[in-house]
Design a protein around this ligand. Structure first.
Ligand code: KIV
Length: 273
């Protein structure tokens, strides 16, 4: 499916049907202009809870609230016409159980118009995913490195190496059996990501996983070089907006201090022309 040829946003089932075909393209977005920039290229756009670290300067995603997700979800929705919007359920909004998850997922979808929610966790989330899907809420799952569990995982390390691989495979199978329409594999060794991709009937979306996944996702500020706090190994920088932006701001400051800006072309005549 070519995003540029599409008139309307795909549904979760359309994304599911892309399993094994042309790789699924996705990025995160948090604002209207960024969403507009990627709309024609992406099959789906994720309003990620990475917004907390990327835009709000939080040390992790744990401080992200429902209010923040609604605000950024609305902004992204205004910029999309042809990509599907998926929105992250923030930490603490779904882990208590299916009823809490339904209430908050319904709120996010109602307020923002998102086509699906994403939540983190494997087997432990199976019951919740099944509950949501049975009640009309499409769910994208997320296994491997699940940043909301940074405190129990002990850091942002690669997941599923060695004997831990079997449990991760079981997690991916569990979310698929529970009814998730796709699953994000984050920071999973390539061989395991390929094994999972071959084992589950739903698309795998890799981030730090494998080119063999059914699709890829990156945090847009990472790939544009805007988020410069650190660069993960799995990020490919397609631009250096951070460097270009700093130089532009320095040039502006210099122009203001030396009186070169504003120039005659930037000011208004006393009389209308
Ligand atoms: O919040 C996020 O940006 C994500 C992606 C990294 C998959 O969950």
């Amino acid at each position: 499916m070519s995003a540029t040829a599409r008139k309307t946003a795909p549904l979760p089932d359309d994304i599911r049907a892309m399993k094994g075909g042309t790789p699924i393209v996705s990025l995160t977005a948090y604002t209207t202009p960024m969403a507009q920039m990627m709309d024609a290229q992406c099959d789906f756009v994720l309003v990620g809870d990475s917004v907390g670290m990327v835009l709000h300067g939080l040390p992790s995603t744990l401080g992200v609230t429902m209010e923040m997700m609604v605000l950024h979800g609305l902004a992204v929705a205004r910029g999309l016409t042809s990509a599907m919007m998926v929105i992250d359920m923030p930490f603490g909004s779904y882990e208590e159980g299916p009823a809490q998850a339904f209430r908050n997922a319904a709120h996010l979808m109602r307020e923002t118009g998102a086509g699906a929610v994403k939540l983190e966790g494997g087997m432990a989330m199976g019951e919740t995913i099944a509950f949501l899907v049975a009640r009309g809420i499409p769910v994208m799952a997320h296994v491997g490195l699940t940043p909301q569990s940074v405190n129990t995982l002990g850091g942002y390390t690669v997941q599923g190496r060695g004997e831990a691989g079997a449990a991760l495979l079981a997690d991916a199978q569990a979310v698929s059996e529970a009814g998730a329409f796709a699953v994000v594999l984050e920071k999973v060794p390539q061989g395991l990501a390929d094994e999972i991709t071959g084992a589950v009937p739903i698309p795998t979306i890799g981030i730090g996983a494998s080119p063999g996944c059914d699709g890829q996702i990156l945090v847009v500020d990472d790939m544009l070089g805007l988020f410069t706090a650190f660069k993960a190994k799995f990020v490919k920088r397609y631009a250096e907006f951070g460097v270009t932006g700093e130089a532009a701001i320095a040039a502006y400051a210099e122009d203001v201090r030396t009186g070169r800006f504003p120039g005659s072309e930037h000011v208004f005549a006393d009389q209308a022309p």
